[in-house]
Structure formats: C-alpha cells, structure tokens
Design a protein around this ligand. Structure first.
Ligand code: MN
Ligand code: MN
Length: 216
C-alpha cells in the first residue's frame, strides 16, 4: 500500500508546513503509514524555524495522484487551495481552523474543525487527548506555527487554546516563546531576499466568489 500524503495549502506558511509534519507524526503514532509533504518551498520565516529546531523541510510535490490514492489535508479544505489533482484521490482526514467551503467527498472521513487561531493548536490538543508525546524539535515547530498564525498571540483570531498550546510547547522545546517569536517573525519580514512577485504572492490565497476566481 502506498503512503498516504499529508499536506497543507499552496504557498505554504509555517502552519501549513508544520501541521503536515505534526499530523503525520500523530497519525503514524496511531499506526498509519503517512508522509508529510508540501505544495511549495518553505518561506523565510519557516526556514528560520526549521533551522532553529534542526528539522528538515518536507518534500515538495506538485501533484499527489501520481504517487498515492489517499491524502490528509491540514490547514485548508477548499479544493482551490489544495493540490491541483486533489479530486483524483480520497481525502481520509481533514484538520483545519478555516471556514469550510466547496468541500465535498464521496466517502465518509475524519474531519476535525476547531475555530482556533492555528491548525497546529488543534493537533497539539489531539496529541494530548491520545497521550502522545511530542518530540522537542517538533514542539518547537508547532510553537512557531502558532506564533506565526496568531502574530505572537496578538491577532484577533487568537483563542485561549492557542495561548495554552504555545506555553506548553515552549516548555517542551525549552525556549522563551516571546523572545524567540519576535526573532522568528522578524526573519519572515526580511523582504530584501525576495522578488516583488514573491512578496505579493507569499501570503495569497485563491477563493471563488460567485463563480469568479480571486486571489487575496
Ligand atoms: Mn496557513
Ligand atoms: Mn493556519
């Protein structure tokens, strides 16, 4: 049986990359055979986090149906933000903190949606619920993802779930999350190293509104 692929949205941010790594780890602890991948290269902020916690970036893939027939989606559910051939594979799991839109499946599936500031916060709670220990390096990445999505717990989307998760993960990772968080966010705003297109496209997502495709 081929490995199930776990991935976040296109133009991956720190949460899209980390949630794939964390959810694949969680599922494999429960007996799955999955591999985290990414639908794009990690951005500067994510690279900073990966370097700090000594972790390798997930393999980048353009399509998924050429190597598997089952996938797990994290940090997104809308098909237009997913792999271009997601309609050709079975989605077995979704873990997401966004609105649900244009999402349909032919088969029943595991779907975990919680309205938190970050997808990695949901995965932190899933690990807690099943008593699954989070390794130090992965804890550092999950903490980074929450800091990234909530702008160091300052964004209006931040919930007490995110706050508790950041504090617990910082303890496992052995870092001061406020000090580290500022450095990480600063690494992500290093626009010198990017082209104009990368800056504009870096935080863009595709939506379909009234039949019209928009990028925001
Ligand atoms: Mn994201
Ligand atoms: Mn997210």
């Amino acid at each position: 049986m081929s490995k199930e692929l776990v991935f976040g949205h296109q133009n991956p941010d720190t949460d899209a990359i980390t949630a794939a790594m964390a959810f694949s780890y969680y599922e494999n602890q429960l007996g799955a055979n999955s591999e985290p991948v990414a639908l794009g290269e990690p951005n500067e902020e994510t690279q900073y986090a990966l370097k700090t916690f000594n972790m390798k970036a997930p393999r980048v893939v353009k399509t998924v149906s050429n190597e598997t027939d089952k996938v797990m989606l994290v940090d997104h559910n809308e098909p237009q933000q997913s792999a271009p051939d997601v309609d050709k594979v079975t989605v077995t799991h979704v873990v997401d903190h966004h609105r649900i839109a244009n999402f349909n499946t032919a088969q029943p599936l595991w779907y975990t949606a919680r309205p938190y500031g970050c997808c990695s916060t949901i995965i932190f709670e899933l690990c807690q619920e099943k008593n699954i220990d989070i390794p130090k390096d992965l804890a550092g990445m999950m903490m980074s993802a929450i800091i990234s999505d909530t702008l160091l717990l300052k964004s209006p989307t931040t919930t007490f779930h995110d706050e508790e998760a950041v504090k617990a993960l910082a303890k496992i990772a052995g870092v001061d999350y406020e000090d580290y968080g500022l450095k990480m966010l600063k690494a992500g705003t290093n626009v010198d190293a990017k082209s104009d297109n990368e800056i504009v496209d870096g935080d863009a997502k595709t939506f379909t509104l009234g039949g019209v495709k928009m990028r925001v």
